[in-house]
Design a binder for this molecule. Sequence first.
Ligand SMILES: NC(=O)c1ccc[n+]([C@@H]2O[C@H](COP(=O)([O-])OP(=O)(O)OC[C@H]3O[C@@H](n4cnc5c(N)ncnc54)[C@H](OP(=O)(O)O)[C@@H]3O)[C@@H](O)[C@H]2O)c1
Length: 281
Amino acid sequence: MAQNLPALAVTGATGALGGAVARLLAEAGVGHRLLARHPARLPSLPDVPVYAVTYADRPAAEKALRGVEVLFMVSVEEHPRRWEEQRTFVDAAAEAGVRHIVYTSFMAAAPDAVFTLARDHWDTEEYIRGHRITHTFLRNCLYQDVLPGFAGPDGVIRGPAGEGRLAAVARADVARAAARILARPEDHRDRTYTLTGPQALNFSEIAAILTRVTGSRVSYHNETLPEAIESRQAAGASPWQAEAWASTYAAVAAGQLSSVSQDVEQLTGTPPIRLERYLLQ
Ligand SMILES: NC(=O)c1ccc[n+]([C@@H]2O[C@H](COP(=O)([O-])OP(=O)(O)OC[C@H]3O[C@@H](n4cnc5c(N)ncnc54)[C@H](OP(=O)(O)O)[C@@H]3O)[C@@H](O)[C@H]2O)c1
């Protein structure tokens, strides 16, 4: 039997993170509604009301959020005007009377963050604060889940990360932390958590782990930032996308993604998973 209070809405549940959070909430009996851009792709969860919404559609979002007190707002897919769509969605939430937004931000979010996409996250955080809505910000490190995809077909990870370290977190640990917060949101009012894995690794170490786990040789090649942007554009990325991807590595080189946080363990009672163990699962 689902618990009733506070009225909770979850977005992004057709995606990996929001879907995992929705399943954990359902398992824990935490009642919620789902807001999805493509509801047909939602996992099947009994007794969960569903609303079709895109972040840019303010009237639909406002309607879907009426009666909601706490909103789990998953950041949407990256594009140059994401910040604007997310502002529209926050406006809709404010107008609908949402009291508390739990937002999936990014580690070291700041107006001048080296990782260019973390600047969007800062914008959304500021916008939520500006509305004086109670917030909980989950500043997630890069997901461990995406690291195998960083190696090219030749087994080489190329990027301007130098010897910088990365405290990548498993998406499943972010989901566990988010579900705990959403089960008792009042305990996490106006808090910012940094969700990382248990260790900070440089890309040579990440390549060595990928080699051990996959049995195929993976290596790391340090590029300059201009080389990284140029090679990604040569492979078909737009200038905006190429800069965003390359800046992930530059943020690692700058030490902005290296601090290991205890927040996953403090929130969930279980330490976050190590990269090698995650990859072997
Ligand atoms: N920390 C990291 O390493 C990392 C890596 C990648 C992404 N991210 C960020 O974290 C978010 C969640 O990660 P994830 O792995 O769950 O991503 P994901 O699997 O791509 O899921 C993204 C979710 O956002 C929804 N969405 C996208 N654009 C939308 C829009 N304009 N309006 C409404 N819904 C929209 C998608 O709906 P549809 O099913 O309709 O597309 C999907 O449910 C991502 O969206 C991205 O902002 C973080």
